[in-house]
Design a protein around this ligand. Structure first.
Ligand code: FEO
Length: 170
């Protein structure tokens, strides 16, 4: 059975994952109308779907442990970006924020000796290490490319491999 504090904190995370899905969905929609970045567009759509899956896992866990998962209202995300670099920089900042939030949940679980929730959260801890690393790699690559069109072509081509590699690890 979840404590009230643990349940509220997990519900807050439901909102964060849902909001993450919205943020990346907006990035995908923006990317879709930019020329020549079809794979990057797919990456954002897929990332948005993954965040929804993160939210769903939390919802089921809260309800399975005798709590009540609250479906949250969401804020409108940023709709457009001055450049791809800005979008990926925002993606990294967002993932760092999500990791901090997961760490706070782990803290609460440990303080309460709620080992079931602690165990459940380890999946998110591992996922965040991977997502932050992926976001950092992409930011580094974009930094190297600068304004080069040919570099962007390769980045768009290679992002598919990065996504596939990421999937096999999940
Ligand atoms: Fe569910 Fe990308 O954090």
């Amino acid at each position: 059975m979840l404590s009230k504090q643990m349940q509220d904190a997990l519900n807050e995370q439901v909102k964060i994952e849902a909001q993450s899905s919205q943020v990346y969905l907006a990035m995908a929609s923006w990317a879709e109308i930019q020329p020549g970045i079809d794979n990057i567009t797919s990456f954002f759509y897929k990332h948005s779907d993954e965040e929804r899956m993160h939210m769903m896992k939390l919802i089921h866990f809260i309800n399975d442990r005798g709590g009540f998962a609250v479906v949250p209202s969401l804020e409108q995300p940023t709709l457009t970006y001055p450049s791809l670099k800005h979008a990926f920089s925002e993606l990294l900042a967002h993932e760092v924020y999500v990791s901090e939030s997961i760490n706070k949940l782990v803290d609460i679980a440990l303080k309460e000796k709620d080992y079931a929730t602690h165990n459940f959260l380890q999946w998110y801890v591992a996922e965040q290490i991977e997502e932050e690393a992926l976001a950092r790699t992409m930011n580094d690559k974009l930094e190297m490319i600068g304004d080069e069109k040919s570099g962007l072509y390769l980045f768009d081509r290679d992002i598919l491999n990065v996504t596939v590699a990421n999937n096999t690890q999940v």
